[in-house]
Design a protein around this ligand. Structure first.
Ligand SMILES: Nc1ncnc2c1ncn2[C@@H]1O[C@H](COP(=O)(O)OP(=O)(O)O)[C@@H](O)[C@H]1O
Ligand SMILES: [Mg+2]
Length: 253
């Protein structure tokens, strides 16, 4: 199957303070390339500071790469203003859904903001779409009128998922999105994600330090070390015959 996402030679550096006067440039992503097909999940793993979240942000348009290409459905994503505005086919789910939801708005309002800002749908079409998305993630149509504090932790994760899905993305980036959940809620959310993938063909970029989740959910693994790809291959192969020192360390930790 044709890849839905192709990443080619992505580079990103940050400028950091170096003493009182100077600044230095730190390379955080070095020549990152990979491809992802519909229905597939790639896991990005690596030690803290390896560059995983930076990669997630660049993919989701929350940050801009210095060079390289991100090709979505055969189209190169341009570095225009729109790219950073959030109108993107790659969505990011944040670690802590409570923090990223405005407590003064109902879930219906929160989801409607995304639609109003990014689509030409009428009010009626938007409400229909929002209710359909709520049921898609296993919530109820009535939850439209609920405020964030009225949901349990597991339900909030579904709300975050609904918000990520409302613009029909082709790729979802999950940066430690499952880590803060307690094990039973995590298992439910994982099942929901896998069902959604089977139903819609969504592709996932999964970032997690839970290797059991990686093994359960991903088709391929990309191992980052200090911003560089040190291993990239099918999940079972990487688990059973790890080639890189980084992967061997992660497995023995
Ligand atoms: N906005 C930023 N400014 C400067 N340095 C940053 C910034 N964001 C991340 N970094 C640095 O980039 C490196 C990679 O960070 P990050 O992508 O968050 O790693 P990971 O998610 O794998 O733990 C770290 O050394 C971090 O300090
Ligand atoms: Mg991170």
């Amino acid at each position: 199957m044709q890849p839905v996402l192709k990443v080619q030679s992505l580079n990103k550096s940050y400028s950091a303070r170096a003493g009182l006067l100077k600044r230095k440039s730190i390379k955080v992503l070095k020549d990152i390339s990979f491809a992802l097909a519909p229905y597939q999940t790639i896991a990005i793993i690596g030690e803290t500071g390896a560059g995983k979240s930076t990669l997630a942000k660049v993919l989701a348009g929350a940050d801009i790469a210095d060079s390289g290409q991100i090709i979505l459905n055969g189209q190169t994503i341009e570095d225009d203003g729109e790219r950073v505005s959030g109108c993107r086919t790659i969505r990011l789910i944040f670690q802590d859904p409570t923090r990223s939801l405005n407590p003064g708005l109902t879930i219906g309002d929160i989801l409607d903001d995304c639609l109003q800002f990014n689509t030409e749908l009428t009010e009626e079409q938007r409400e229909k779409k929002i209710r359909a998305t709520l049921t898609l993630v296993g919530l109820l149509s009535e939850h439209f009128d609920y405020y964030p504090h009225m949901f349990s932790g597991g339900q909030l994760q579904r709300v975050a998922l609904a918000r990520a899905l409302i613009l029909d993305p082709k790729v979802l980036v999950l940066d430690e999105a499952l880590s803060s959940l307690d094990p039973s809620v995590r298992a439910q959310t994982v099942n929901l994600l896998l069902e959604l993938q089977e139903a819609t063909g969504l592709a996932y970029v999964l970032i997690t330090h839970h290797l059991s989740l990686v093994r359960h959910m991903s088709d391929e693994i990309l191992v980052l070390n200090r911003g560089r790809v040190v291993e990239y291959g099918p999940t079972e192969e990487v688990f059973t015959k790890p080639k890189s020192k980084s992967m061997q360390r992660l497995l023995s930790a």
